[in-house]
Design a protein around this ligand. Structure first.
Ligand code: HEM
Length: 192
């Protein structure tokens, strides 16, 4: 029997997200302990650059560029966006002075979640569900018995599909919020 989607897909997905948050907390804690909080402030720049460098995959997917192996670009997209998000989280730290950059962080985290949804859940789940269906039909189960058997997995997959639809609009919101923050920093901020 196929292991359930929940155990094989959702748990690793949650783990990647928890790892991101844990590493950010540890890095921020260490920077505070070592009195090097200024490093976090500058991490905004490489973090933003990494996120920007992760974009060729999206451009390739929408056929705005035509070179580059999609699979390789996808791996780079995932790695760079995850690394960039980590740097931005350390950059945000535990300071709360302005609302706008925090909204950008929230949009970024929703984005990471919807991106991870694509990676861990959608593709593998789709494959797993169809192989489970095939296996059940080979065992001679009727159409309705198969439907009943895969009901919860199919429901999980449907939810995942809807969830992934937020990836693009949230990216847009993230981009606008992050740009406004960066713009205002360069216009008004006194770098100490
Ligand atoms: C070129 C890129 C960036 C630069 C130069 C930059 C610069 C800065 C600076 C100088 C601060 C310090 C403000 C202070 O100490 O009071 C800051 C704070 C912050 N930044 Fe950025 N940032 C960048 C990108 C980002 C991005 C992409 C995000 C979010 C997705 C972000 C989120 C934040 C947050 C949440 C804070 C803390 C705000 C607060 O104190 O309430 N930054 N940034």
């Amino acid at each position: 029997m196929n292991p359930s989607l929940f155990r094989t897909q959702i748990i690793p997905f949650v783990e990647m997200f928890i790892l991101l948050i844990m590493l950010a907390i540890i890095a921020d804690f260490l920077l505070h302990q070592l009195d090097m909080v200024w490093i976090g402030r500058y991490l905004g720049i490489p973090g933003t650059l990494l996120i920007l460098l992760s974009f060729p995959y999206s451009l390739r997917k929408r056929k705005l560029i035509h070179s580059g192996h999609p699979k390789l670009l996808l791996s780079l997209h995932e790695l760079l966006a995850w690394g960039g998000a980590l740097m931005i989280l350390v950059h945000a730290g535990i300071h709360f002075y302005a609302i706008l950059p925090w909204l950008a962080v929230i949009a970024m985290l929703i984005n990471v979640i919807s991106g991870l949804t694509g990676k861990f859940l959608l593709e593998k789940s789709r494959y797993q569900l169809s192989s489970k269906k095939e296996q059940l039909s080979q065992q001679g189960l009727s159409e309705s018995a198969i439907e009943k058997e895969i009901f919860w997995d199919a429901l999980t997959l449907e939810t995942i599909k809807k969830w992934r639809a937020v990836h693009f609009p949230i990216t847009l919101a993230f981009g606008i919020l992050a740009l406004s923050h960066i713009f205002s920093i360069f216009l008004f901020w006194q770098w100490r």
